[in-house]
Design a protein around this ligand. Structure first.
Ligand code: ARG
Length: 590
């Protein structure tokens, strides 16, 4: 379905052309001055130069041709040459009735779907999930949903860090603790045990301990490096141990991501790319792209237009070991082979920007990825505490995600208990749903590349630009709808028509709902969940103004009342569709 802006622009194009002006000046946009008009066209100002005429004359010419147009309530030329537009109530009602009967509210699915891989989550096996991984999961999940909803073929890959030094560290530490395990017995030839030799909590304790040791003890560090290399070269006992580390860790990760309402199509990791490395290195060599530098093998990626130094990309260390970049390049080889994607989007901390610049350049230069394939690094900023420094626990440690989530839920829980008389059990369940909205909306409503301050009090507030406020609006609508049904009305509002608005707040709500498809398109094009957040905040505000101005259930004219009910039902559906794209949902009460 054509958007309202498109429909208006088409009318203005006709008028501009009729008056002898170029169609390109006829663009209509939402008004910058909602106090004066709903929409505006500023083309007369730009046309003035080309036609050497006063802008107001051009605006007047155009406005004259629109006087009797049914679409508009009024169209005025205003000094110095603005064209101010208000839509007719009938036209808006007609349009909103049309989008209301469409499941996607007029938003059409991509005609040429693209294959898109989203690389997000990026948890490191055997290390606990911490808040640094939160943003990747939250933003990536939303972008994945937005692009899928747009009609693309989207594959979300968690891309675990499962192949690096942390594996060698864990193996080495385990060997010190339990040297009797068969994995450390060179002469052992039997099957390896099916049961892992550790639990997730033991594993989570082993890694930090090993990491600390490696910083103080050089020989420990060397042994860890050697173990990593041995693992990467396929040494069977270490492979068996590594599988256990992976198994135990992934089970726990799935639970944690599940709590965040985040799910992946693929559970691949750096290790999956490993088999592709030797051929890839060979290929780089044959193409003459690889050269030695201080013992390592590197690819130069500096370009003439660079204004700052872009160091060569190291693809192999002197001992033959693979690095982060090697694994990302080999992963691209694999992704190309398996999916031939049109676009790959990476969600990682923006401090990894240089890494991705290097990887993307090598990938394009070497033909691992075609020139047309888009490689996008969506680097996000840091989540800070109220002191403006990276978020920490009260005692200064790294905050675990589980604790962060339970802190938020607790804050919401006490708010619900303060205000209401619901059972404690219901309040607990509700606080989990609302807590997740607070957490996700708090993150997603910011532009991803910016740092943001994690402020539990603000995020969990039921008022202002927050997740709970949006949910509160939905819950309010749900309650009106169920009262309507309880008083004997049909719950199926599909056949009811929305009548032309009789008041300003009613019309504004309608106009907001009509914007849905434009917002969805922008969010998908710009990979920008924050556009959806801003939109639902506007919709919620408009609804609450309308609710304040209107006696919905007490309306005596049954047709009018039914129209209101239909309107708020659509409002609810639009909000629900949007929060689903953000990755959270609404409770029935709160
Ligand atoms: N595991 C990495 C980290 O914790 C993030 C992975 C991002 N994705 C990628 N393909 N490099 O920093």
């Amino acid at each position: 379905m054509k958007s309202l802006l498109k429909l208006m622009t088409e009318q203005l194009v006709e008028s501009f052309e009729k008056c002898g002006y170029d169609a390109s000046f006829a663009k209509v946009k939402v008004s910058d001055r909602p106090d004066l008009c709903e929409y505006q066209c500023n083309g007369a100002m730009a046309a003035a130069k080309q036609y050497k005429k006063a802008p107001i004359m051009i605006a007047n010419d155009v406005v004259d041709t629109l006087k009797d147009n049914d679409m508009f309530k009024d169209v005025n030329a205003v000094m110095p040459g603005f064209i101010n537009i208000n839509l007719s109530e009938n036209f808006v009602a007609d349009y909103i009735n049309k989008i209301s009967s469409d499941e996607r509210f007029g938003y059409e699915s991509e005609k040429n779907p693209k294959t898109i891989i989203i690389d997000y989550g990026g948890a490191n096996v055997a290390k606990p999930l911490h808040v640094g991984h939160l943003r990747s999961a939250v933003i990536g999940e939303s972008i994945k949903r937005i692009l899928k909803y747009a009609g693309n073929n989207v594959v979300g890959d968690v891309h675990l860090g499962d192949w690096g030094l942390q594996m060698g560290l864990i193996i080495t530490e385990l060997k010190e603790r339990q040297p009797e395990l068969v994995y450390f017995d060179d002469s052992y030839t039997g099957e390896y045990p099916a049961e892992p030799p550790f639990t997730i909590s033991e594993l989570e304790e082993i890694y930090p301990c090993a990491n600390a040791k490696s910083k103080e003890d050089d020989s420990f560090k060397e042994r860890a490096h050697a173990a990593t290399l041995k693992l990467q070269q396929g040494y069977a006992p270490y492979r068996a141990l590594w599988k256990h580390i992976l198994g135990v860790s992934i089970e726990d990760l799935k639970k944690n991501y599940g709590n965040l309402n985040v799910s992946f199509d693929l559970w691949k990791g750096e290790s999956d790319a490993d088999p592709y490395i030797p051929d890839m290195i060979e290929d780089l060599k044959t193409q003459g792209l690889l050269h030695e530098s201080q013992g390592a093998m590197v690819v130069d990626v500096m370009e003439d237009t660079d204004t700052k130094e872009i160091p060569p990309c190291i693809v192999q260390k002197s001992d033959g070991a693979a690095l982060y970049a090697t694994s990302d390049l080999a992963t691209l080889v694999q992704r190309k082979q398996d999916y031939n994607p049109d676009m790959v989007v990476y969600l990682a901390d923006k401090r990894q920007e240089m890494h991705f610049t290097q990887v993307f350049r090598v990938a394009k230069k070497s033909g691992i990825i075609d020139e047309e394939t888009k490689l996008i690094f969506n680097g996000f900023g840091t989540m800070n505490g109220k002191d403006g420094k990276p978020f920490k626990t009260r005692d200064g440690g790294v905050m675990r995600l589980e604790n962060l989530i339970s802190d938020i839920n607790e804050a919401v829980f006490s708010k619900i208990m303060e205000n209401r008389s619901v059972s404690e059990e219901e309040a607990r369940n509700t606080s989990e749903i609302v807590g997740l909205s607070a957490l996700k909306y708090g993150d997603l409503s910011n532009q991803a590349s910016k740092d943001y301050v994690f402020d539990i009090d603000r995020f969990t507030s039921f008022e202002g630009n927050t997740g709970p406020y949006i949910l509160y609006t939905i819950v309010r609508i749900k309650s009106i709808l169920s009262k309507y049904v309880e008083s004997g009305n049909n719950s199926d509002t599909d056949k009811i028509s929305i009548l032309p608005a009789s008041g300003q707040s009613e019309k504004e709500l309608m106009l907001q709902l009509c914007r849905y498809q434009e917002v969805m398109r922008t969010a998908a094009e710009e990979l920008a969940p924050q556009k959806i957040c801003a939109y639902i905040y506007d919709v919620s505000d408009s609804f609450n103004k309308f609710y304040h101005d209107t006696k919905i259930l007490a309306e005596e004219d049954e047709l009018k009342k039914a129209g209101y009910i239909r309107l708020i039902d659509v409002t609810k559906k639009v909000l629900e569709s949007c929060i689903n794209l953000l990755g959270f949902e609404a409770p029935d009460r709160m």
